[in-house]
Ligand binder design. Structure first.
Ligand code: MG
Length: 170
């Protein structure tokens, strides 16, 4: 891969994380700072894979990210999705949803538990847009360029953007 822009999925393209946390909460797993709760919840989703169908199907495009990505594809921009997964079923649902439901065509790279994004893609001065500051810091410290996505900020800065539309102007 050479000079691509990598875009995170959960929390940048779709609000899937919000929906996942809502579901987790409804199961009585209310402390989102407790790692064990996430372990228990993902164990539960292994036995009830339809949980991921619900989360991904119900997720909404954040600040027109899905629409902007399709426009970037029309403009032949070199973009790819770089997303963390917790289970193989989650990976399957994400591919089906992005291809069949959202009609996104760009490459999708999956990052399994225990692996960092910069290990799947060698950053090599390429750009990552991610809502996790931790992911961005890891990416930059391994030679990449990074921008934090935060849909709630009033205006874009050099380090943070609220929408992917700045990529249309590049
Ligand atoms: Mg994210």
């Amino acid at each position: 891969m050479d000079n691509y822009t990598f875009i995170d999925l959960d929390g940048v393209i779709l609000n899937s994380e919000e929906i996942m946390l809502e579901r987790k909460y409804n199961f009585g797993l209310c402390n989102h700072k407790d790692k064990n709760e996430f372990y228990n919840y993902f164990e539960f989703t292994n036995n009830h894979p339809e949980e991921w169908d619900y989360i991904i199907r119900e997720a909404k495009s954040i600040n027109y990210s899905v629409e902007i990505i399709k426009e970037l594809e029309n403009l032949k921009k070199k973009i790819a999705i770089l997303t963390k997964i917790h289970t193989l079923y989650e990976m399957k649902v994400k591919v089906e949803d992005l291809r069949q439901n959202r009609k996104i065509q760009c490459p999708i790279f999956f990052v399994p538990p225990g692996i960092k994004k910069y290990e799947i893609i060698i950053p090599n001065n390429q750009l990552l847009i991610d809502d996790s500051e931790k992911n961005i810091n890891g990416w930059i410290s391994h030679g990449g360029r990074g921008i934090i996505f935060d849909s709630t900020i009033p205006i874009n800065t050099n380090k943070k953007v609220k929408s992917l539309d700045f990529l249309l102007k590049e």
